[in-house]
Design a protein around this ligand. Structure first.
Ligand SMILES: [Zn+2]
Length: 192
């Protein structure tokens, strides 16, 4: 995927926005996983919105990360970083956890899910990060259950053969247009 924008097109807040996306691409195992550039028309508004708003969004996500940390004793906590990033639509995922970076990286596509469910998706990815595992097995269920109870989210049940339910737990409400927020069309107010 070619991220090179005409420098005359990408000015002002667009430039740090583009740099941010490049930085996010270094945190996944396949750079094209971070991608909001499929639609040429949207590249400039998306980079500009990121340049202007991403710090506020990441501040919010870090609060949720701290809430998850709060469910564990300090010595049990993994070293984890969290960022918002638009993930390739073809992946069809709301978040991911890269256990191969140090610190472990959680990326959340905040455009794909309703803001009231951002904590839920952070909780799911945090459980992967805490275990350093991708699987939705019994260990995952135990950690996810612990987090849900601690954060007043409906906890999952675990039964053999029902791992697929864990892969989408807690349930999150999807947005109609995953790129609307990234284009700056949402009416989210981060207090700025
Ligand atoms: Zn998962």
């Amino acid at each position: 995927m070619n991220y090179l924008l005409n420098s005359l097109e990408c000015t002002g807040a667009c430039i740090p926005g583009l740099e941010y996306l490049h930085m996010m691409q270094q945190l996944v195992w396949e750079p094209t996983m971070v991608d909001a550039m499929e639609n040429l028309r949207d590249r400039i508004p998306i980079c500009t919105w990121i340049g202007e708003n991403i710090d506020a969004v990441n501040t919010e996500l870090n609060l949720y990360l701290q809430a998850c940390h709060g469910c564990f004793h300090a010595h049990e906590r993994q070293s984890i970083q969290i960022f918002a990033a638009p993930l390739a639509q073809s992946l069809g995922i709301d978040g991911l956890c890269n256990i191969f970076t140090n610190p472990i990286t959680i990326l959340i596509d905040v455009g794909r899910i309703a803001p009231e469910d951002w904590l839920s998706i952070v909780v799911h990815e945090y459980a992967h990060a805490h275990l350093g595992e991708f699987g939705h097995n019994r260990r995952f269920a135990t950690i996810l259950w612990h987090l849900c109870i601690g954060l007043a989210i409906e906890p999952p049940s675990w039964e053999p053969g029902r791992e697929s339910e864990l892969s989408s737990w807690p349930n999150c409400q999807s947005t109609v247009d995953p790129l609307a927020l990234w284009r700056g069309e949402s009416i989210l107010d981060f207090g700025f």
